[in-house]
Design a binder for this molecule. Structure first.
Ligand code: ADP
Ligand code: MG
Length: 293
């Protein structure tokens, strides 16, 4: 760690002021977890950032994933996960595992970290407060749209009720949401966390959607970071296979949010300590910004 003089510290804090003024009272949706939840020091820094944002008057809404954690649990049961176009194939047994890992483990870990940092986090799934209604997802094949994949209990969001989020926000709580929705017959659906984060950002008309992941941003075929991406570029990269796997639902959610009025959508590197503060409260740009057109 470099030593910073008291004067420099004051200077740095003062430089954050215009950003704080700009974002005061605004909502920011943050996708965390899954692969970005790597080591304890980074987790603690993430929790501090969220609490600091809340205390300067920004409303963070955290949506978490859990890919590697679900994978570990499945392995212990002798199962291996499989994916189609970046979406987890979810049979009934896997759905049970998804539910207990996300709501029982990952969500509560994040809640604990934020509380430890001095915030008041509340863990919810999309079932709580009737927040996220879903139906079975019909996944069209990317290359041949006449083909539809059956990926089990994976949900497509059909409606969002924000009342629980508004209530929590008014009461200074920080919501931490597991990406689980409910259907017409009270059945649970596993929804990709990027898709949930993007949808909530849209419905909340969030100022920013920040997706923290385990890579520096969206990379081109040669592995270079693309600092900005337009809808046209995204389409071309999906078509030629330079975007694949978990980046597919992420980029499509990011694009949907950008097109639906979320002012700034960024895919950023969760392996950088305090990346949230850097992205929100400094002039520097991080990762990939997704443009609506
Ligand atoms: P998360 O848990 O953050 O959602 P995912 O594994 O689901 O992580 O998605 C991120 C991964 O997407 C990256 O680690 C990378 O392996 C993969 N990926 C595929 N195409 C790209 C691309 N063009 N640029 C960056 N990452 C990509
Ligand atoms: Mg993912």
């Amino acid at each position: 760690m470099t030593l910073i003089s008291t004067h420099d510290t004051a200077e740095i804090l003062a430089r954050a002021l215009p950003h704080i003024r700009k974002y005061h009272g605004k909502t920011m949706v943050i996708k965390y977890g899954g692969n970005a939840m790597t080591d304890p020091a980074l987790q603690a820094a993430f929790a501090q950032d969220v609490v600091l944002l809340k205390l300067v008057g920004i409303n963070p809404v955290v949506v978490h994933g859990g890919g590697p954690q679900i994978e570990n649990a499945l392995q212990r049961l002798g199962k291996t996960g499989s994916f189609i176009q970046g979406m987890r194939v979810t049979d009934d047994e896997t759905m049970g595992v998804v539910q207990w890992v996300l709501a029982g483990q990952v969500q509560q870990e994040i809640v604990g970290l934020i509380n430890q940092a001095g915030g008041k986090a509340v863990g919810l799934t999309g079932r709580d407060g009737g927040m996220i209604r879903a139906k079975k997802l019909k996944l069209r094949d990317q290359a041949d749209p006449t083909i539809e994949h059956d990926i089990g209990r994976v949900g497509d969001i059909v409606g969002v009720d924000l009342s629980i989020l508004h209530t929590l926000q008014d009461d200074t709580f920080i919501p931490v949401i597991s990406p689980i929705g409910f259907g017409e017959s009270n059945e649970s659906y596993n929804i990709n966390a990027d898709v949930v984060a993007a949808k909530l950002a849209t419905v909340l008309q969030a100022e920013k959607l920040l997706m923290l992941t385990n890579i520096s941003g969206v990379l081109n075929k040669s592995g270079d970071l693309l600092t900005e991406l337009s809808a046209l570029q995204v389409d071309a990269m999906v078509a030629d296979g330079s975007i694949s796997g978990g980046m597919l639902p992420k980029i499509s959610g990011a694009l949907d949010a950008a097109k639906s009025g979320v002012k700034a959508v960024h895919i950023i590197d969760g392996r950088v300590s305090h990346v949230l503060l850097l992205e929100i409260l400094s002039d520097q740009a991080f990762g990939t910004m997704i443009r609506p057109s």
